[in-house]
Design a protein. Structure first.
Length: 201
């Protein structure tokens, strides 16, 4: 939310808490109870919108990092096996091409990571018949390929995720504005009835 609506929301929370603390003053009046319930509903909407926006953004990062870590672990293992096979078979060129470690994957940029790992996948696929004795199966190579596809899909989503996050933020700001209107146009007027008996209102 922007600064203005953030300040408004802080004010709404302060009003809500004040009314909760002084419920004995107004709780017997249906008109005030109705307005208070509306205020509570707006606060719930704002909190839900803000949480949704946060979850959308956080979820993308967490999922992406989980996949990256899984890819890094597989790459370290399969690269090691391929490099060992290449060394034993005397294929120096393959040994050089197959060198890829966990830290390489972890520090690679999102947009270039798929290309980096795909090179290893191509080598693994070409040598899969020779790698069973080194603990690497065709099913494992396929699993790494599928995980990389999942990562590709995620890095293609930031724009959609940002749009969804913006929508959630917009809904929160709309609720703040409507709640502020409730206070200024309706609740403030009703509270005038307490002007003499309850000066703090």
């Amino acid at each position: 939310m922007n600064t203005r609506n953030t300040n408004r929301f802080a004010m709404l929370l302060a009003v809500q808490h004040y009314l909760d603390d002084h419920a004995s003053v107004w709780s017997t009046l249906p008109v005030v109870t109705t307005l208070k319930n509306e205020l509570d509903a707006y606060v719930v909407q704002v909190k839900a919108g803000l949480q949704a926006a946060k979850d959308i953004s956080t979820g993308l990062t967490l999922n992406k990092n989980t996949l990256r870590d899984k890819i890094a672990n597989s790459v370290a293992r399969y690269s090691g096996a391929l490099t060992t096979y290449a060394g034993i078979s005397g294929n120096a060129d393959l040994a050089q091409q197959a060198k890829l470690n966990r830290s390489d994957v972890l520090r690679e940029r999102d947009v270039t990571l798929p290309q980096l790992v795909q090179k290893l996948l191509d080598l693994l696929d070409a040598e899969k018949a020779n790698l069973a004795d080194y603990g690497v199966t065709e099913a494992q190579i396929t699993e790494l390929s599928n995980t990389l596809d999942d990562f590709r899909a995620l890095i293609g989503q930031p724009r959609q995720r940002k749009s969804a996050s913006n929508v959630a933020n917009h809904e929160a700001e709309t609720a703040v504005q409507e709640a502020a209107d409730l206070l200024s146009n309706r609740m403030d007027k009703v509270m005038l009835m307490f002007e003499v008996t309850e000066a703090t209102f």
